[in-house]
Design a protein around this ligand. Structure first.
Ligand SMILES: *Cc1c(COP(=O)(O)O)cnc(C)c1O
Length: 389
């Protein structure tokens, strides 16, 4: 019987020029963004703002920090309700909890996006939506923004899985007031840890720069607004240190530049897997809307019958194919089920629960080639024929 032997968590190496520049940074000893002249962090902010078409970008310590920083900048504080997806990764409700706010969970659909009917029903309950483009699936953004605009809701986009993606040509992260990205190893660029934030709003930009710990050197940020904007916020914003350092910026610069090409490579693999899974019995692929330009760094399937999934997952695992199941009772290796977030007030999400019970997920690292994808698809189809019908 055919088996697959490559690890699902192995990344590509850092581009050689990033390594060379990182060595340069270490030789200089100037690892702090405000100590280096010129600063690679500031240059990275300029490059990312240009790539996304944003007026302002800020590089920070992690994706989770980016989301918390955006929440604080929008004035979210202890006890405030914040709408968010009922299915996302733990750093999202975690960022809300970190500012003492209360997540109000919104259902997700079978297409794995936030349920706009449920969002509309809960829209009068909060002034901020932390929208997670979980696993790279993007909701109908004009429809979503219409609901939020009608209710005066500010939108923060969690783009941890959509860096490089777009809806109707507008980059993910550019629909809401603030876009947050992660540069953590398992996302679309890899500096170990790291985050990026974009916004067009000069006041939010100044508040976030001050929050991130800019001391009195904020003018050295890559896309800092003018002094008159900082004058409105200086001394009011606490310093909640979460800066990015020069070493990470050195590693990230070539990766941000190459992101469009990497997205294509991910999508070649995604499409090969999707085509291979289409005929697997008892499983369906998730439809991708025409308006969505995704980055296929992971792939999801829905099972007809969740009760049959455990032996199928075991069968695949025994042959080296690691499907993750979002319907498991206990959090294993990752937590994406709202029932596992005990710090969040328990909420009833029957539609989300029904989707998660049927939902399986596979990571698609770029260290896999198209032949690897064909092997994974064959093993999955064979195990599906054995266990799901
Ligand atoms: C990874 C991730 C984040 C941010 O994670 P960090 O590890 O803090 O960079 C946010 N949202 C989702 C959905 C993620 O998967």
């Amino acid at each position: 019987m055919e088996t697959f032997t490559k690890p699902f968590t192995r990344q590509e190496p850092i581009p050689e020029e990033g390594i060379a520049d990182a060595v340069e940074v270490m030789r200089s000893g100037a690892l702090h963004r405000y100590g280096a002249q010129p600063s690679r962090v500031a240059a990275l902010e300029e490059a990312f703002a240009a790539q996304t078409g944003a007026a302002h970008a800020l590089a920070v310590a992690s994706g989770g920090y980016a989301m918390g920083c955006a929440l604080r900048a929008l004035g979210v504080g202890p006890g405030d309700p914040v709408l968010t997806n009922g299915w996302t990764l733990a750093p999202v409700p975690g960022a809300i909890a970190a500012v003492g706010a209360r997540p109000i969970l919104v259902e997700v659909t079978e297409d794995l996006v936030i349920d706009l009917d449920d969002l509309a029903a809960k829209a009068d309950r909060a002034k901020v939506l932390m929208l997670s483009h979980m696993r790279g699936h993007i909701a109908d953004m004009p429809a979503l923004m219409a609901i939020c605009d009608a209710h005066g809701i500010a939108v923060i986009e969690d783009c941890a899985h959509t860096m490089g993606a777009a809806w109707e040509g507008t980059p993910s992260g550019r629909w809401g007031a603030v876009g947050c990205y992660s540069c953590q190893t398992y996302k679309h660029v890899n500096s170990g840890e790291g985050g990026l934030i974009v916004t067009d709003d000069a006041d939010l930009a100044a508040r976030m720069i001050l929050l991130s710990g800019s001391y009195m050197l904020y003018a050295r940020n890559g896309t800092a607004p003018g002094e008159e904007v900082f004058a409105r916020h200086k001394g009011i914003m606490p310093n909640v240190s979460g800066r990015m350092d020069e070493l990470r910026a050195a590693i990230l610069a070539p990766q941000i530049r190459d992101l469009p090409q990497q997205a294509e490579r991910w999508n070649d693999r995604y499409r090969a897997l999707e085509a291979g899974f289409r005929d697997a019995p008892g499983l369906s692929v998730i439809p991708r809307p025409q308006a969505e330009a995704y980055v296929g760094s992971s792939i999801q399937l829905l099972a007809d019958d969740p009760a049959r999934l455990p032996p199928f997952i075991e069968g695949c695992l025994a042959r080296g194919v690691e499907w993750k199941w979002f319907g498991a009772d206990q959090a294993v290796g990752f937590t994406s089920a709202h029932r596992h977030w005990e710090y969040v007030e328990a909420q009833s999400l029957p539609r989300t629960d029904a989707v998660l019970a049927r939902l399986i997920d596979l990571r698609v690292p770029l260290t896999f080639d198209l032949e690897d994808c064909a092997v994974i698809a064959r093993i999955t189809s064979e195990e599906a024929a054995r266990h799901l019908v």
